[in-house]
Design a protein around this ligand. Structure first.
Ligand code: SAH
Length: 216
């Protein structure tokens, strides 16, 4: 696969489109402008990679819509060198965007095939800092905790308590919460050892956050 001038042109248009749709954080748009989304998708969808739509990545999962990636990333307020945990690697695209923003990214996927595929794309793109894990993300990744930022990219019925407890004080968790019919985007700030402040940011529709792992 190659990143051609045509891809670069289409990507620029997507970025303009996201700006028109209300994404204000230029750093986020710039990071997305630097990641070739088509590398994270099936060749069959290459022509569509820069449309603002989700696409199938196999295993009944999807690569999130670019607007959703931009929106979640913006809410996360990533600072350089933040330690970030992403749950739901999927294609790996979101993890790549977080890496571009200077985050130190740990990403967990419960489906082994997707985990392996994403790892390959990280290698191809030279994204050596990203640390992918194959496991169930419900309990977070305790051995590397705490995290400045935690991002969940699947729709969870409730906020797993374990994730909140793996935040640093001042850390931020962004998680879509609700059933399969749709989720509310929550942004949870840990203000002290025991206190959390919660905000709601609109409605979204993610694939479900599921228990357990699926091996090849
Ligand atoms: N961030 C991804 C979005 C993928 S969709 C991207 O940029 O492409 C959400 C992903 O979350 C799916 O791949 C799904 O398998 C995964 N997932 C769902 N429940 C999970 C869990 N408990 N632990 C880890 N990953 C999970």
């Amino acid at each position: 696969m190659k990143d051609t001038y045509r891809h670069i042109g289409m990507r620029q248009q997507l970025i303009d489109n996201l700006r028109e749709k209300g994404i204000k954080e230029e750093r986020v748009l710039e990071a997305m402008n630097q990641i070739p989304r088509h590398f994270f998708m099936d060749m069959a969808f290459e022509e569509h990679a820069y449309e603002d739509k989700p696409f199938s990545i196999g295993e009944d999962q999807t690569i999130s819509q670019p607007f959703t990636v931009a929106f979640q990333t913006q809410l996360l307020e990533v600072q350089k060198r933040n330690k970030i945990l992403e749950i739901g690697t999927g294609s790996g695209y979101q993890a790549a965007v977080l890496d571009k923003l200077g985050g130190r990214v740990f990403t967990i996927e419960r489906i082994e095939k997707l985990h392996i595929k994403a790892k390959k794309v990280f290698e191809i793109l030279g994204l050596k800092r990203i640390r992918p894990y194959f496991r169930d993300g419900h309990k977070g990744l305790l051995e590397m905790a705490p995290y400045d930022r935690i991002l969940v990219t699947a729709g969870a019925p409730i906020v797993p308590e374990q994730l909140k407890l793996q935040l640093t004080i001042g850390g931020i968790l962004v998680i879509p919460v609700g059933g399969i019919e749709g989720q509310k985007m929550l942004k949870i700030l840990r203000v002290s050892e025991t206190e959390f402040v919660e905000e709601t940011h609109g409605n979204f529709r993610f694939v479900p956050f599921l228990e357990g792992t699926k091996s090849k």
